[in-house]
Design a protein around this ligand. Structure first.
Ligand code: BES
Ligand code: ZN
Ligand code: ZN
Length: 506
């Protein structure tokens, strides 16, 4: 997809379709009555306002979020069509809504087989470059389709998005480029997570990571069972031992020569390419979804891709623990004791709590490789879905300052996450009679006890854990995004990395 910036007046640009957002500027009603909508076009191009005047006067375009109104042959414009798209309340309009509008516009026009359109960047408090970046990101999110294996799939793709914006052209173009890199990385991740387990084994995931790394200039090593044994990764291996598919330990590094020695950010992803539950096998219904149990790992691969292209001056190590979780004659059994790389012993009560086992060794290894700060992403628990549904990811942190900095990145990315506790009192729930800990904590607070398990392996290192089980996959299509993999938390992690050394990306 080609992205172009134009500083010309939107009415003077030739395009298949001119897209303008409309917000509702109605003041809050005092007596509790619903206020009458006061639609406001987000452009100061008078010719566009004139062309849209009838649609607005008729009450067809109210500014309601994602309401789309299409007009053919708009008078006085060089565009063939005019699409008005609702942005919701004027007061709360931000990059969060703008991304969705761009995605929704792209999807609506793509379905009509249009190949290009022009989007007018609205004024945002965060500035014109941020508006441009959000439009590009939203357009990429909207462009992804999961129907790769349909033999009759129609290749309706938008080839070009032009963004009309005002300001310093260099800054606007740089913002568009950053948006493109982040959007492509997110879709790269979605592509990996979308693949079924027979097309995305640990071996294939390793190959994809290596190929990507070679293309963008990242160092990448992909290790197999011998390395796991050499490193004494007993927790990781215990998950892999039941499968005929070999595990892969994927290590990607972004190490700019002039970057400060510290911090070193370790990004660790759960890469279970299929989770049957192992001997503690899952019910058949819905098990097919467990192909996306590698979404955390896929996210880390996408993030490393973006980092290699954006080149922030910070050291980052990406680690993915890729494995299947299968039942077999070789599989681990409930009650088995495993010794993790850190030396801690684990009583495996439930072989379906496998993500924390592979991450235990992944996190420890990241520290051994020099990580001073750790972030992991994992489709770790059904319990986080019970707690937060499919709206927010669960976020856990052992360090408030680290959390505060990360939450700034959430505002930029527009990805929703909600903090849950890791108080020491929960540690008791993991107590084992026979080993240092059990791998599950009983009926209550399942997302928290999973995080508490990981916490045992990070020690004092500042650490953030993202449980993305509920948000890595969209159960239903939305106007701005297809059903299927979402690529969360790629954007937040990239935003965070760009800010690590004071935002000195270059
Ligand atoms: N991969 C699952 C978690 C999951 C659930 C991901 C729903 C995506 C959607 C994880 O490995 C798992 O099975 N967790 C168990 C833990 C339990 C045995 C303590 C769970 O959540 O049921
Ligand atoms: Zn599981
Ligand atoms: Zn799992």
């Amino acid at each position: 997809m080609k992205i172009t910036i134009s500083t010309a007046a939107p009415s003077q640009i030739e395009t298949e379709c001119l897209v303008v957002s409309v917000v509702d500027a109605a003041a809050e009603a005092k007596n509790g009555d619903k206020p009458k909508p006061a639609p406001q076009l987000q452009t100061d191009d008078q010719a566009v306002s004139a062309a849209a005047a009838d649609l607005i006067a008729s009450g067809e375009a109210t500014g309601k979020l994602l309401e789309a109104t299409l007009l053919h042959k708009p008078q006085g414009l060089k565009a063939k069509r005019l699409l008005l798209i609702g942005g919701g309340k004027a007061k709360s309009f931000s990059s969060y809504e703008l991304r969705k509008l761009a995605g929704a516009a792209l999807r609506a026009l793509k379905s009509k087989n249009l190949k290009s359109f022009l989007f007018v960047a609205p004024n945002l408090a965060s500035g014109a470059p941020d508006a441009v970046k959000s439009i590009v990101e939203g357009a990429y999110v909207g462009s992804f389709e999961p129907n790769y294996y349909q033999s009759d799939r129609e290749d309706k793709q938008v080839d070009e998005v032009v963004i009309a914006a005002k300001g310093d052209e260099k800054a606007l173009n740089a913002a568009a480029e950053t948006g493109r890199i982040i959007g492509e990385a997110q879709n790269f991740t979605r592509d990996l997570a979308n693949e079924p387990s027979n097309k995305m084994t640990p071996t294939i995931l390793g190959e994809r990571a290596k190929k990507m790394s070679d293309e963008v200039g990242l160092q990448c090593e992909v290790y197999g069972p011998d390395k796991l044994h050499e490193l004494k990764m007993g927790a990781f291996w215990s998950v892999s031992q039941g499968s005929d598919e070999e595990p892969r330990l994927i290590v990607m590094r972004h190490e700019p020569k002039d970057a400060p020695e510290k911090p070193v950010l370790g990004l660790v992803g759960k890469g279970i390419t299929f989770d049957t539950g192992g001997i503690s096998i899952k019910p058949a219904e819905g098990m097919e979804k467990m192909k996306y149990d590698m979404a955390g790992g896929a996210a880390m691969i996408g993030v490393m891709r973006a980092i290699a292209q954006l080149k922030p001056n910070v050291r980052v190590i990406g680690i993915v623990c890729a494995s299947e979780n299968m039942p077999s004659g070789k599989a681990q059994k409930p009650g088995d004791i495993q010794i993790a790389m850190s030396g801690k012993s684990i009583e495996v009560i439930n072989t379906d709590a496998e993500g924390r086992l592979v991450l235990a060794d992944g996190l420890h290894y990241a520290k051994q490789l020099g990580a001073t700060h750790l972030i992991d992403a994992a489709t770790l628990t059904g319990a986080v879905v019970v707690a937060l549904g499919m709206v927010n990811a669960g976020i856990f942190a052992n360090n408030d300052e680290f959390y505060d900095r990360f939450s700034q990145s959430l505002k930029k990315s527009g990805e929703k996450m909600w903090r849950l506790p890791v108080d020491d009192e929960y540690r008791e729930m993991l107590k084992s009679n026979i080993a240092d800990m059990m791998n599950i904590g009983g009926r209550w607070a399942g997302a928290v006890t999973a995080a508490m398990f990981l916490k045992e392996f990070v020690g004092d290192t500042p650490w953030i854990h993202l449980d993305i089980a509920g948000v890595a996959w969209m159960e239903d299509a939305k106007p701005w995004i297809a059903k299927g993999p979402t690529g969360v938390p790629v954007r937040s992690l990239v935003e965070f990395v760009l800010e690590v050394n004071g935002g000195n990306a270059g």
